[in-house]
Ligand binder design. Structure first.
Ligand code: ATP
Length: 338
């Protein structure tokens, strides 16, 4: 039995959470993989109700669980996910971008993963006013840079792909901070002679993700660049509605969609739950590897292929060119899982 803490979030978060619970309950009943799910609050609603975007009780529950699933939260995201990433030392943000068939994608031959450093850069919140100026501190350490570089090379080693790591930075402008990040990646690359290593400036990477996305395998980069590039790579393969993510540390992990709370479509039963369901697939892989539980990995593969087959058959939500509601799409997934 795996204990899952589930932050239900804001905007489309509660709708995605209902979809996730239905699918997890189905896996529990039909495939005999047991979960104990605790719903937790964090985000804008929690802030207005309790005065805290990340209530202590939520943090305690997360710490007692085996793994956390987090639906998107709204304006208070920085007080929730950025805090959790640092508090739980979830240093690797993994954002795959994979082509699925029958999608309104720019390209259908993409299989890349962005490995984003998750604990420092401009996300440490060290901002202040100085006279008539506003200043933000960009923190890059050798320790965190080498740690994420190692994670990227290990990811490339395990992938059934071209075994290449692209280190993305802007060291021609940010010579000290990105200079350190690039040097750390170069140092780590020497331990992986069988994996191709290249460097690329972030502006060139943004262009190449449109021009030649098939050239990428594993992209390793700093926190802010990773956030921006992963929205772009998601769009290249069909949009945020299909984009899952993982936040991984040495002891714990949290899984969430790449996208935000999407208030423009909230409460309308039109969100694509695939981003969250594919995050569950990533969660099952992580649990399976951590606990040496091959059943978890098999069930994750089943879930991904159920989504894949459904989309292929034309059963899709509106964002990817279909006409199914969130609940209709979820119902089909639940019926098709076997
Ligand atoms: P944030 O800055 O918190 O990441 P954002 O302002 O970039 O948020 P998102 O909430 O990520 O905005 O959504 C961007 C757009 O993508 C929205 O207009 C929304 O309609 C669409 N979108 C996001 N997620 C989904 C989804 N699961 N299904 C359908 N459309 C989505």
């Amino acid at each position: 039995m795996y204990k899952i803490s589930l932050i239900t979030g804001d905007g489309i978060g509660p709708e995605l959470s209902e979809s996730a619970i239905s699918v997890l309950n189905t896996i529990h009943d039909k495939l005999d993989l047991k979960f104990d799910i605790t719903k937790l609050s964090a985000g804008d609603k929690a802030l207005s109700e309790t005065g805290k975007a990340l209530p202590d009780e939520t943090v305690e529950n997360i710490k007692q669980s085996d793994v956390c699933l987090k639906a998107p939260v709204g304006e208070s995201a920085a007080d929730v996910i950025v805090v959790l990433r640092r508090m739980l030392d979830l240093y690797a943000n993994i954002r795959p971008a994979k082509s699925y068939p029958h999608m309104p994608a720019l390209r259908d031959d993409i299989d890349l993963v962005i490995v984003r450093e998750n604990t420092e850069d401009l996300y440490t919140g060290k901002e202040f006013s100085l006279g008539d100026s506003a200043v933000a501190l960009r923190i890059i350490s050798e320790k965190a840079s080498k740690r994420i570089a190692k994670y990227a090379f290990e990811t490339a080693k395990q992938r059934d792909s071209m075994r290449k790591v692209t280190c993305v930075h802007k060291s021609n402008v940010m010579r000290v901070t990105d200079g350190l990040f690039a040097k750390s990646c170069i140092d780590v690359s020497k331990d992986y002679p069988d994996i191709t290593f290249e460097e690329m400036y972030v502006d060139a990477c943004a262009m190449n993700l449109i021009r030649q996305p098939e050239q990428f395998d594993v992209v390793v980069t700093t926190n802010l660049f990773g956030d921006i590039l992963s929205d772009e790579s998601s769009q290249v393969v069909g949009g945020l509605g299909m984009a899952p993510a993982a936040n991984i540390g040495d002891k714990f992990a949290l899984f969430e969609p790449v996208h935000g709370a999407a208030f423009d479509i909230a409460g309308q039963n039109m969100a694509n739950p695939s981003s969250f369901l594919l995050s569950i697939k990533m969660m099952l892989d992580w649990l399976g590897n951590k606990h040496n539980d091959s059943k978890c990995i098999d069930v994750g593969q089943k879930l991904e292929s159920t989504i894949f087959d459904l989309v292929k058959s034309g059963v899709k939500t509106k964002d990817i060119g279909g006409d199914k509601t969130t609940s209709e799409f979820t119902k089909q997934i639940v019926e098709n899982i076997s």
